[in-house]
Design a protein around this ligand. Structure first.
Ligand code: SF4
Ligand code: SF4
Length: 65
């Protein structure tokens, strides 16, 4: 259970990093990436993935499965 960031769409704005309840979004090669081993899809913390909610770019963050 995790989401991933499309490196071709991400603008590296950084808006998603502070809203993640599990600190699973980290800088990576000038952009941001999701640590799939700790991402919970915000289960138990919010009704929807908070990173998807805050990201301004359509389809930038998507479910892995
Ligand atoms: S909010 Fe979206 S565009 Fe901004 S850094 Fe996160 S994934 Fe990239
Ligand atoms: S879905 Fe939730 S837990 Fe996973 S990276 Fe996004 S904000 Fe963090």
């Amino acid at each position: 259970m995790a989401v991933q960031i499309d490196a071709n769409i991400c603008t590296a704005c950084g808006d998603c990093e502070p809203v993640c309840p599990t600190d699973s979004i980290v800088p990576h090669k000038g952009l941001y990436t999701v640590k799939t081993d700790t991402c919970t899809e915000c289960d138990g913390d919010a009704d929807m993935p908070q990173c998807i909610d805050v990201c301004m770019e359509d389809d930038c963050i998507v479910f892995l499965d």
